[in-house]
Each structure stands twice: as C-alpha cells, then as structure tokens.
Design a protein around this ligand. Structure first.
Ligand SMILES: [Zn+2]
Length: 59
C-alpha cells in the first residue's frame, strides 16, 4: 500500500535540525515516509546522501 504525499505544514521556528539543534531550514522526506530536518549547514552536508536515498528535499 502506498500513501499519497501528505501536505506538510511549513517549517517553523520550533522545528530544529536533527543534527545540531539549530533552526531547521530544510525538510527531507524519505522514501520510507520518515522525515528529517536540517539547518542550512547540514542540508548542504547531507544533500548528496539524501538524493541517494531518494529523499524529497523541501525548502
Ligand atoms: Zn544542523
């Protein structure tokens, strides 16, 4: 079963980077349905890996 892509709320100041706790600027939605939040710095650092994982990057 596949679930449709859900509309997700915009990132807010309460959303934090999963790596360092800074304000999140990017959300990566994984093919598995999970999601990760990254600050600008870590979004750049992990961008290549996320693309390998077929994650959808939302800014
Ligand atoms: Zn970070």
């Amino acid at each position: 079963m596949t679930s449709p892509t859900l509309a997700r709320p915009d990132l807010t100041a309460a959303d934090r980077c999963d790596r360092c706790g800074a304000a999140a600027q990017v959300r990566a939605v994984l093919a598995s349905g999970g999601e990760l939040l990254f600050c600008g710095h870590h979004a750049r650092e992990y961008e290549g890996k996320l693309k390998e994982m077929a994650a959808e990057i939302q800014r």
